[in-house]
Design a protein around this ligand. Structure first.
Ligand code: PLP
Length: 380
């Protein structure tokens, strides 16, 4: 392995990613798998993740912002890229000139996008997003046919897809998922009755894809499962336990930068919040909350050193943290694992999520850009 740029880094295991994409692709076949790489691929690095996912059989990519699509194009990615919600009108030309597939749902946006496409002499692919009950974005399901007819009536637009998004796919047997799915199937039926048959039909995020919801669709939009993180942190599943053998892709590591033996009665870090009850080896790691290791984690979280779980000796500071290693002699330069496996012990993003009352998604997205990403291929 190459020497890290800093004594704190994230390993991104592209073999694990490939394994996950292949596993999920087999699981959802014959539907296409589109890899969701928004937010810098959930903190994993958009370009290496996108190219690996495509290489492993993903049919396209999904992003949240026009800029995220442009970044992929500039890196030479020529696969289909869809932007999953409407963008400001200022982005229309950028979207079109980079051949990004737009999502639309408002009448004004459809007209504006059609006009921009016309002025560039293009026929632009769009996906119509239907709100079936999540109430984030989308055309109300009762207006779907009207909105689809508007798109079909614009010669500079091509209705390439129709989709919706679930609010509760990661909650086992939640009735809202069934309601949303039924509404969507009705929309598909109504469109067909009006002679409209978009080539791409999709509903499933990771949880729905894992649970085989939306089997009649043509594609799935998979994010968190591809990164090997179960969507629901409480049950640590995708809603219901399904054994798919997905592997975490990201691990967060550091090297011990300083070691001290402190006597009983001493405290460590800001506020000296916890008094040591015995002579203790304290290891400092050179990363902190500015790197995305949330300060609240100090109370209940652990770090792995020498293959064992260790508690924090005090609060996490902006750039450093101190770890209570008990009576074990730790050396400067030893590797510590904040997320990942060491020996037979593992700390997952969902473990942090439970302590922090959040979800694994937020844990990995929060790992800041100042943490170098080190791309590795584990032997598998
Ligand atoms: C982020 C997002 C996804 C991916 O969700 P995961 O739970 O990470 O699979 C899919 N669809 C839309 C519309 C999204 O915003």
């Amino acid at each position: 392995m190459t020497e890290p740029l800093r004594w704190a880094w994230a390993d991104i295991d592209l073999s694990a990613l490939r394994h996950n994409v292949e596993t999920l692709r087999a699981h959802v076949a014959p539907r296409e798998l589109w890899a969701v790489v928004k937010a810098d691929a959930y903190g994993h690095g958009a370009v290496p993740v996108a190219t690996t996912a495509l290489d492993a059989g993903a049919s396209g990519l999904c992003v949240a912002l026009a800029d995220e699509g442009v970044q992929l194009r500039e890196a030479g990615v020529d696969a289909p890229i869809m932007v999953m919600s409407e963008q400001p009108e200022s982005q229309n030309r950028l979207m079109l000139s980079n051949d990004l597939i737009a999502t639309v749902y408002n009448t004004a946006s459809i007209s504006n996008y059609a006009l921009a496409a016309k002025s560039l002499g293009r026929v632009a692919k769009v996906h119509l997003k239907i709100d079936t009950g999540m109430h984030r974005v989308g055309a109300p399901h009762v207006q779907a046919v009207q909105r689809a007819l508007q798109i079909v009536g614009e010669p500079s637009l091509q209705l390439d897809g129709l989709f919706t998004h679930f609010a509760t796919a990661d909650l086992a047997h939640h009735p809202a998922t069934v309601v949303q799915h039924e509404r969507f199937l009705q929309v598909v039926k109504d469109l067909r009755a009006a002679g409209i048959n978009p080539p791409h039909i999709h509903v499933a995020n990771s949880a729905a894809a894992v649970r085989q919801i939306g089997e009649k669709c043509t594609m799935v939009r998979v994010g968190i499962a591809m990164y090997g993180i179960p969507a629901n942190p409480v049950s640590d599943t995708f809603g219901v336990p399904i054994d798919l053998q997905l592997l975490p892709v990201l691990s967060l590591r550091a090297r011990v930068s300083h070691v001290q033996w402190l006597d009983a009665g001493e405290g460590v870090s800001y506020g000296l919040k916890r008094e040591l009850t015995r002579r203790t080896c304290i290891a400092t790691l050179p990363l902190g909350y500015a790197d995305g290791v949330r300060r609240e984690l100090w109370q209940h979280g652990n770090v792995l050193i020498n293959g064992a779980r260790r508690a924090f000796a005090g609060v996490i500071t902006m750039d450093q943290m101190m770890i209570d290693c008990g009576s074990d002699q730790i050396e400067v330069g030893q590797e510590a694992v904040l997320l990942g496996v060491q020996g037979i012990v593992q700390i997952t993003a969902n473990e942090w999520a439970r302590f922090l009352d959040t979800i694994g998604y937020e844990v990995v997205c929060a790992i800041s850009p100042r943490v170098p990403r080190n791309y590795v291929r584990s032997a598998r």
